[in-house]
Design a protein around this ligand. Structure first.
Ligand code: PBG
Length: 325
């Protein structure tokens, strides 16, 4: 408890001027903290706008080099890559083909801007015809069969030049399986950014249109129940034990309690994902005149930092790069 109270204590003393407020500001967001998710589609000539995410497009594969150069020139330092495959099948085999869209897109991105960190989202929902994140057997995603395929996908992404592998399928044991698979293929230095605590969230709605992975049903048999907090910590702690190099909480804003508790529980770098639905809420509310978009974006990014995030995945990352924080 403070030893002295009002009128001796006046917290407004340090809020008087912008310079004073800057001096006592506890958190900052820089371009070193932001990762831009991008969507790349094969076989299209023009960018395809994502209606539920104003300002976001699916980038045609053939324009990728130019787009990546622009993103890097604007000041973005890392991208999370999502591909829209035209060669979907029951298991998502396009994802582990050396000439598949994923491998091609990673290569093109790295060639266009070698210094840009390319993070490969590692999952199957963009590559399966049913839209689930793995191999379906008797109406369920088969955990262990999917692990084998995730390792193949990760090695394919590593061979194509990815800088970080980011598994988002929410299979049990996926970090251990990927670590083993990558190590066996000689990629002992490849970092794993685990989507370690990922909820079965309605906030992913716009993403599914953006990435072309709408599904019948839901992902509740593998992604987490949004009502569970203790289990959320277990998920991340297990990924740490399996060898993850980063942990993540996803979605972001509705789950700051998890982020903050996880900050206390781990020394690993922590990532928050401000997901598609969070982006859409801000865009549509700002378009309706409900609030100032630029200020809201900064307030939300600052909140992730305050809660304990080191890194933030945000569709606003390029705007911040252009405008400054
Ligand atoms: C793939 C994946 C999803 C997102 C990131 N990776 C969709 C899902 O799990 O349904 C969502 C990202 C967003 O909503 O911005 N598994």
């Amino acid at each position: 408890m403070p030893t002295s109270l009002f009128p001796h204590v006046r917290l407004r003393r340090l809020r008087k001027t912008p310079a004073l407020r800057d001096l006592v500001r506890e958190n900052a967001v820089t371009m070193n903290d932001l990762i831009l998710p991008i969507f790349v589609e094969e076989g299209i000539d023009d960018p395809v706008p994502v209606d539920s995410m104003p300002g976001i497009v699916r980038i045609p594969e053939k324009n990728l080099a130019k787009e990546i150069k622009g993103i890097y020139a604007d000041g973005v330092k890392a991208v999370m890559l999502f591909c829209v495959s035209h060669k979907k099948d029951a298991v998502g085999s396009d994802a582990w083909k050396p000439d598949g869209v994923l491998a091609r897109v990673i290569k093109r991105a790295k060639d266009a801007a070698p210094e840009l960190v390319v993070i490969a989202d590692t999952c199957f929902c963009e590559y399966t015809d049913h839209g689930h994140c793995g191999v379906v057997r008797e109406g369920q995603v088969d955990n262990d069969a999917t692990l084998v395929n995730l390792a193949r996908q990760a090695v394919n992404s590593a061979q194509a030049g990815a800088d970080i592998i980011a598994p988002s399928a929410m299979m049990d044991g996926q970090i251990a399986a990927l670590r083993q698979g990558l190590d066996d293929a000689g990629f002992t230095d490849m970092p794993l950014m685990a989507y370690s605590t990922k909820f079965a969230s309605a906030f992913y709605g716009p993403f599914r249109a953006a990435a072309g992975c709408e599904l019948k049903g839901d992902r509740k048999a593998y992604q987490m129940d949004p009502f569970n907090g203790r289990e959320a910590l277990r998920e991340s702690m297990l990924d740490e034990a399996e060898g993850a190099d980063f942990l993540m909480v996803k979605p972001g804003l509705p789950y700051l309690d998890i982020l903050s508790k996880l900050r206390e529980a781990t020394l690993l770098p922590l990532v928050a994902y401000q997901v598609s639905g969070e982006y859409a809420m801000i865009k549509f509310a700002a378009a309706a005149g409900a609030f100032d978009e630029k200020r809201i974006v900064r307030e939300t990014l600052g909140a992730f930092k305050r809660a304990g995030a080191d890194l933030i995945l945000s569709y606003f990352a390029r705007d911040i790069a252009r405008e400054g924080f």
